[in-house]
Design a protein around this ligand. Structure first.
Ligand code: FMN
Length: 259
């Protein structure tokens, strides 16, 4: 492949990164990887050229591209750069997230040549999308990469213009009460949660304090805590979690790819 393969992703609990890397392994060697999960990696602007091939991936949050990334994405510029858009969702639905991701990047100089929606274990509970992506998902992701590579090497690139599922206007934001993780006495003040928080919502002066106005409920601090000290106990959160388990705990969505 004569393009410079690059990855750009946000991945709070690791599933988006996993799918992107597996796909990339079907295409070729990764030249550069931009993991924008931490705030310090979302500083400044980023520019890609026409000889780059960018795979961009985000998790679906409330049927959309995570809102807090909008500002940063407006500063990522392409120059007739070919791009592959990927969303990962927790076995409920991806609604308009893939369309929104494609629109966002195509407005900024990227040409979408392929896209996909894959399933990851739901950030809120291990009982929805349990163990995803699994071996089958990873096989599909890699084959998708191989198919893209084949298409690119056949030189069909001019006619590639990907069309994805999604609707206008995009799914509306649902108003939810403020809720953030609380910390129990297991906390050993190691500070891992604060260093790993994608939005800097955990106080460095007291790791037990989480700013609910900043928290995006990505659950990274909960999942990465070695002492199992963080949890969201808000009744509204428990209700959503139970709804997801009841409705989507026993069904299996399959990845969808568009080329
Ligand atoms: C705030 C938030 C909102 C979410 N909204 C949805 C959704 O609308 N549909 C869905 O199927 N999964 C949803 N999920 C689940 C994630 O999309 C899914 O767990 C994904 O695999 C997380 O990616 P990551 O591991 O790269 O962070 C949501 C997760 C979070 C944290």
């Amino acid at each position: 492949m004569d393009k410079r393969l690059q990855l750009l992703y946000f991945s709070a609990t690791g599933t988006t990164a996993q799918i992107l890397k597996e796909m990339a392994s079907g295409i070729g060697q990764i030249k550069k990887e931009y993991d924008i999960t931490l705030p310090m990696n979302r500083q400044g602007e980023l520019a890609f050229e026409s000889d780059d091939l960018l795979i961009v991936g985000v998790p679906v949050y409330a049927g959309r591209v995570p809102e807090f990334l909008t500002d940063y994405f407006s500063k990522v510029k392409g120059n007739h750069t070919q791009a592959i858009f990927i969303v990962i969702y927790g076995n409920r639905d991806y609604d308009d997230a893939l369309l929104e991701l494609k629109d966002t990047f195509e407005k900024n100089g990227f040409n979408g040549i392929a896209a996909g929606a894959f399933i990851g274990e739901h950030s809120y509970t291990t009982l929805v999308g349990t163990g995803r992506p699994d071996r089958e998902d990873l096989k599909i992701a890699k084959k998708f990469g191989v198919d893209i590579k084949t298409k690119l090497s056949n030189g069909d690139t001019q006619i590639m213009k990907v069309v994805v599922k999604g609707q206008y206007p995009y799914k509306e934001k649902v108003a939810r009460p403020l809720m953030a993780p609380v910390t129990n006495d297991n906390c050993v003040m190691c500070g891992l949660c604060a260093r790993h928080c994608p939005v800097g919502a955990i106080h460095f002066s007291d790791y037990k304090e989480v700013d609910a106005t900043m928290c995006i409920k990505c659950c990274r601090c909960i999942k990465s805590c070695p002492a199992d000290a963080k949890a969201i106990n808000h009744p509204a959160f428990k209700e959503i979690k139970q709804f997801l388990i009841d409705k989507f705990g026993n069904i299996r969505h399959e990845p969808e790819v568009f080329m």
